[in-house]
Design a protein around this ligand. Structure first.
Ligand code: GUN
Length: 283
């Protein structure tokens, strides 16, 4: 079998077009959705990410503010900026790019963001809302994975989903989203004794570890759907995921490539969350 590709670039384009249309409708009512992005320090990867987030706002017609600060900024100064944005009516989403410099407590900064503007979905109120099925914001990467499954018309009810990785940003919220759609969910991690025994039972596998070749063809049941959240580099410096793509694509029914899979969906879902926040502000 050769798996079909779930094309994150194509799905992103389609979703961003829908976002642009909803942004235009809000603008017609006098409200422009706004996202504030805060970057502290000079992390090169973070600089690329925030640039792409601001560009996505421009492309979809949203207002954006990029605040860049020196790594020497104090935590108190950053908290004051977050407070100011919490009460700024032109801003509907606040994103503090991680990682923060070591002298700052990232969780404390995230908790300072108003849950109504937590478009990253990292606040404990957002985590609690996801856990209990209440209205809140879903973290963008697992939310993007759910949209990818929806795009292929995949019904999770009664299926076994195995999530590899237990981070607060991807693994744990991913498991909750799959559970909400009536999958039977297993979370595997570095202390799981026999990962292959678990993944061989899976109808859906989400790999979110941050390590190459975590999932190889011998670990995948024929016909399974495989989503690869990994962003790694191989010896040649080429971007690759957690999945041995060339091997697994011969066994899976659907697979996401890296690059061009889950990656582009993350920023798209940030746009969706920011738009949703603005729509809630008007409701
Ligand atoms: N750093 C890497 N990914 C992310 C993300 O999705 N949000 C934030 N705030 N920081 C990140």
């Amino acid at each position: 079998m050769t798996a079909q590709l779930i094309d994150g670039n194509a799905l992103s384009r389609q979703l961003r077009t829908e976002v642009s249309e909803r942004v235009s409708a809000l603008k017609a009512k006098g409200l422009t959705p706004g996202l504030a992005v805060i970057l502290v320090g000079e992390n090169p990867a973070s600089q690329v990410y925030v640039r792409n987030k601001v560009k996505a706002c421009e492309d979809t017609g949203m207002h954006s503010v990029l605040e860049k600060y020196d790594a020497s900024m104090s935590e108190a100064e950053l908290l004051a900026r977050v407070e100011a944005l919490n009460s700024d009516p032109t801003i509907h989403g606040i994103l503090v790019q991680l990682p923060l410099p070591a002298h700052m407590d990232a969780q404390k900064v995230i908790e300072a963001i108003s849950p109504a503007k937590d478009v990253d979905g990292f606040h404990i109120a957002s985590a609690g809302a996801l856990m209990t099925g209440m209205a809140g914001f879903w973290p963008c990467t697992p939310y993007g994975c759910m949209k990818m499954l929806e795009s292929i018309g995949y019904d999770l009810k009664g299926k076994h989903a195995v999530v590899i990785g237990r981070s607060n940003i991807v693994g744990k919220p991913m498991a909750l989203m799959l559970l909400q759609q009536n999958a039977t969910v297993t979370i595997c991690h570095s202390a799981t004794p026999d990962l292959k025994a678990m993944t061989l039972q899976a109808d859906v596998i989400v790999a979110a570890v941050g390590k190459r070749n975590v999932l190889t063809a011998d670990m995948v049941k024929p016909g399974a759907v495989v989503l690869d959240v990994g962003m790694n580099r191989n010896e040649a410096g080429k971007l690759c995921g957690d999945v041995d793509f060339d091997g697994v694509k011969e066994v899976a029914s659907w697979i996401t490539p890296v690059p061009g899979g889950v990656g582009p969906m993350t920023i798209t879902m940030l746009m969706v969350n920011t738009l949703e926040s603005a729509e809630r502000a008007l409701a």
